[in-house]
Design a protein around this ligand. Sequence first.
Ligand SMILES: Cc1ncc(COP(=O)(O)O)c(C=O)c1O
Length: 384
Amino acid sequence: MGKKELKFNSKTIHGGQFPDKAYGAVMPPIYQTSTYAQSTPGGHKGYEYSRSANPTRSALENSLASIENGKYGLAFGSGLAAIDAVIKLLNPGDEVISTSDLYGGSYRIFKRIFEKYGIVFHFVGMQNTDEIGKYITPKTKLIWVETPTNPMMNIIDIKSVSQLAKKHKILLAVDNTFATPYLQLPLDLGADIVMHSATKYLGGHSDVVVGALVVKDKDLADELYFIQNASGAICGPMDSFLVLRGIKTLHIRMQRHCENGKAVAEFLANHPKIEKVYWPGFPSHPNHDVAKMQMKDFGGMISFVPKGGNYDNAIKIVEKLQIFTLAESLGGVESLAGHPASMTHASIPKKEREKSGVVDALIRLSVGIEDKDDLIDDLRRAIE
Ligand SMILES: Cc1ncc(COP(=O)(O)O)c(C=O)c1O
């Protein structure tokens, strides 16, 4: 069977991979080199300088393209470097419609870096696609979707947004960091660009910072490769190797993240001291039906607000946790807890973040793959 026809759980291991040409190494060697010998100017074996391309990075880029059902993968030094490359497709005066509830760093690069180059950003609640239509002008060139959103776990209907984007010839980019291709495949749903903070579930072990883009269209890929090389925010060979290794277990890790996520979400929802739990697996979640349609399962990311909660008692809860580590980031094998208002989303003004529900008392959990009973006991102790 050709590798193209492999199912997802095989693609994570074999997709786009070939034994190394030199000695048949099954895992791509870490080609820790900046340059490559040439027999005559231009006489090289496909690689001339590692900013332009490196064999370990190519192996990762091929894997990324395979697992996202795309054709071209690009790996960057961080998720934000990948976002930076996408926005550099635009020109001054172009407009972007972005979801209003998104990772604070994405908001920061849009507002504080690119606005000063004349790119205009509109931040819009996207749970209802009709809302987006109101902001489309002839200058709109890109719609930026993050789903599930960070940290409010809102779900955006990728297919319906892609129909709107296609009608107006607007590019649609989806940040697939929270869901991963195990849960949802934005390119299959009509998106043009998939973006990842591969730092999270793709790497999966909290040991690397990497970003990724995947596209299907050759012209778009060429433009992005040009930006990747010209701006230079590539990821190194060692980091490429680590993410590639992480991807090989993505499917089994995600399966456990989903199982544990469900158990923790249900525990919190039934706890008398918890006011609200945000997790797309609940039938009461406003876009549960869309989540059911576009996602295979509901993931291990959960946010919650304690009853009568405020800034101080949210901090007290996260400080008391022992198995959940209080830390930035998410998507690793270990469970992490975060306080968005003071951590991941501190770069969004309080008034702005509270509009989308990121209140001072909100706590975000990245449920890991430990024993779920230990995770629940830890939360029980911290909440009491
Ligand atoms: C949803 C999302 N997108 C993008 C990023 C940025 O990625 P990185 O930290 O790898 O630059 C993050 C980081 O937390 C994220 O959670």
